[in-house]
Design a protein around this ligand. Structure first.
Ligand SMILES: [Zn+2]
Ligand SMILES: [Zn+2]
Length: 354
């Protein structure tokens, strides 16, 4: 099945000097021609406004993401460039020229992005170093990783701000010195929680590895307008969620954070949250694209991924464990537990503790 035509940016990405293909170059933060090397700085409109946030109005109708195929006819070679699902930017399969789609629906259009700053060579090196630095890796693993390449992707994210007026019911343990029984005390209270720039994935493809491992130090001051030039030569995924769906998908994360704040507010050891109610207001959001290098490799038939931040080069990922080395390590752990147990036993014997 083929869907509608895909309005896309392509001729604007071609070199003014020789007509060659230009891609975004992280090292110079410019569009660089892959034929003659000419570079041109990106001068995107609205540069000073890139970190702006938008107010969420719950009453507004929820837009429906277009998930069908969009077809673009390559202006360089005439080949068919197909955009499936949430693909926003890719290369022409025939001439390798970058093609960046223009999102027609303002309800899904990215508002800002942080451009790639880390070049692919550095990303590859950092990904390999990350794997090499793990403990208990199989001996032939680096061979499998050495054959892998990194791919650059702008991944879709949200930031959310909100005010939460929280009323909670909690309990904490109060152990009187005269008794071995635990006494639970109930406590209720109210508090305000302010969330600012909570970074949330806007796609199932953005795994916790990417968010918590490499992008948690998000700085809105680094945002630029979502100019197609930054996407040239990189893959990009657009937002397939409405704001409402984004809020819904991240409800459990918010819940964890609120419960942690409640426990801190109670301020007693072993405090437990029984339940809480929150009145959420002042929701503000941004639809963002953030740069990630991903190294895919296979070991023993199983796929693994290492993600490298396109902002600062931090790497984090998945890797196989060597069973032999793991056994040796678990043996050591068991031994240390035995030693600790023996020491504790010795102390207990000396003090009359059970
Ligand atoms: Zn050129
Ligand atoms: Zn082409």
């Amino acid at each position: 099945m083929t869907g509608g035509a895909a309005p896309a940016v392509q001729s604007e990405l071609q070199c003014r000097a020789c007509g060659g293909q230009r891609v975004f170059d992280p090292a110079t933060q410019a569009l660089r021609c892959t034929s003659c090397g000419a570079a041109e700085a990106l001068a995107a409109a609205g540069e000073g406004n890139a970190a702006a946030e938008w107010e969420f109005r719950p009453g507004r109708p929820t837009p429906i993401p277009g998930g069908e195929e969009r077809v673009h006819s390559c202006r360089t070679c005439g080949g068919e460039v197909i955009f499936r699902g949430q693909v926003l930017s890719r290369r022409c399969p025939y001439c390798d020229g970058p093609v960046v789609q223009i999102e027609q629906d303002p309800g899904f259009r990215p508002m800002a992005l942080i451009p790639f700053r880390v070049a692919s060579e550095t990303a590859l090196q950092n990904a390999r170093d990350w794997v090499r630095g793990r403990w208990a890796v199989p001996g032939d693993l680096m061979q499998a990783v050495g054959e892998a390449r990194v791919a650059g992707l702008y991944a879709p994210f949200w930031t959310f701000d909100s005010h939460e007026a929280v009323r909670y019911w909690a309990k904490y343990r109060h152990d009187p010195w005269w008794s071995d029984d635990h006494v639970w005390k109930n406590i209720t209270g109210t508090m305000k929680v302010e969330f600012d720039d909570m970074l949330m994935p806007a796609s199932d493809h953005v795994t916790p590895i990417i968010r918590d491992g490499i992008l948690h130090e998000f700085d809105p001051a680094s945002l630029h307008p979502a100019d197609p030039g930054y996407l040239a030569g990189f893959a990009a995924e657009r937002h397939g969620q409405s704001v409402m769906q984004g809020l819904e998908a991240n409800r459990s994360d918010r819940d964890l954070l609120i419960k942690a704040r409640i426990r801190a507010h109670v301020g007693k050891p072993g405090a437990r949250v029984v339940r809480y109610e929150t009145d959420t207001s002042g929701i503000r959001y941004r639809r963002l694209l953030l740069p990630v290098w991903i190294l895919h490799y296979r070991y023993d038939g199983t796929p693994f991924r290492v993600a490298v931040s396109g902002i600062d080069g931090r790497a984090f990922g998945e890797r196989p464990f060597s069973r032999v080395k793991l056994l040796a390590i678990s043996g050591l752990l068991a031994l240390s537990a035995l030693i600790a147990g023996a020491v504790y036993g010795a102390i207990a014997a000396g003090t009359g503790l059970p």
